[in-house]
Design a protein around this ligand. Structure first.
Ligand SMILES: Nc1ncnc2c1ncn2[C@@H]1O[C@H](COP(=O)(O)OP(=O)(O)O)[C@@H](O)[C@H]1O
Ligand SMILES: [Mg+2]
Length: 259
């Protein structure tokens, strides 16, 4: 199962991605992939050492795509670089209860249709070709959109999760993402509501989401433990009394059912 998490900046994508990764790693082999240029999935997992982002591995990019990173126009390079051995080579082994591997993509140049920068080609190939066996789960922590994925990559994502928070701004982003994902034919698009403290907030968002035709599969309350975990640099899974963590555990079950 490949789960991609997106939504406006600050809504809680990384918190959700890291917590799901920890929860799933008890029963599955998990690849957590930080595909947001504003990388902080590692920190959210309590990993504080530097992990080299794939986009800065110039030698690797050159070796696999045939051209220097940073090049784009007029170069002919391999659109289908060999990547089958990469996930294991590149991923950082996270020391948790189960198997959890972490990969950091780094800043990948964007572009419209047919963006052909080598780093982007490598990233897309990676996402497309990570073979997910029955007992494997890939969790992608993405930026606010899916533009950089491209049609074929997006096709390989099983569930797109859009995180929203109370307010019109994150709903606006959700609307845009929903449209893009419909356009490229993604099938399972669901929403998660985060940072809820009042029933009125939940009602408001629920109404808006149903207008968008988005299925709400979970609600995460506003929780001081999330802020504490951020301050202390520890993963939320360490905070057993966290009501947000309890909610994310339920979401993990829902996602397994949806897949
Ligand atoms: N349920 C929650 N309760 C309280 N604070 C939260 C909650 N979810 C996220 N936050 C806080 O909001 C901020 C943004 O969260 P983050 O997961 O980094 O969002 P994103 O990855 O979407 O930018 C962080 O400071 C985080 O601690
Ligand atoms: Mg983030």
């Amino acid at each position: 199962m490949k789960i991609a998490i997106t939504g406006k900046g600050g809504v809680g994508k990384t918190t959700l991605a890291s917590s799901l990764a920890c929860i799933f790693s008890k029963d599955f082999d998990v690849f957590a992939i930080d595909a947001d240029p504003d990388m902080n999935l590692a920190t959210s997992l309590g990993v504080h050492e530097n992990i080299t982002p794939i986009s800065s591995m110039r030698k690797l990019i050159k070796e696999r795509t045939g051209v220097e990173s940073g090049t784009s126009f007029g170069e002919i390079f391999k659109m289908n670089p060999k990547i089958s051995d990469l996930p294991d080579k590149l991923s950082y082994d996270y020391k948790g209860d189960g198997t959890l591997k972490l990969m950091v993509m780094g800043t990948v140049e964007k572009g419209g249709e047919g963006c052909v920068c080598p780093a982007a080609v490598l990233l897309k190939a990676l996402l497309r070709n990570i073979i997910v066996k029955k007992e494997e789960i890939v969790i992608l922590d993405m930026e606010a959109g899916i533009e950089h994925l491209g049609r074929r990559t997006a096709e390989s994502v099983d569930i797109l999760v859009i995180v929203v928070e109370p307010g019109l701004k994150s709903l606006e982003t959700a609307t845009r993402i929903k449209k893009l994902s419909d356009d490229i034919g993604m099938k399972k698009i669901v929403a998660i509501l985060n940072k809820i403290s009042l029933n009125e907030e939940k009602d408001f968002i629920e109404k808006k989401l149903s207008q968008l035709n988005l299925n709400l599969i979970g609600t995460i309350p506003m929780d001081k433990n999330v802020i504490m975990s951020d301050i202390e640099g520890k993963p939320l899974i360490n905070y057993e009394n966290s009501i947000a963590l309890q909610a994310i555990k339920k979401i993990a079950k829902n996602l397994k059912r949806k897949a």
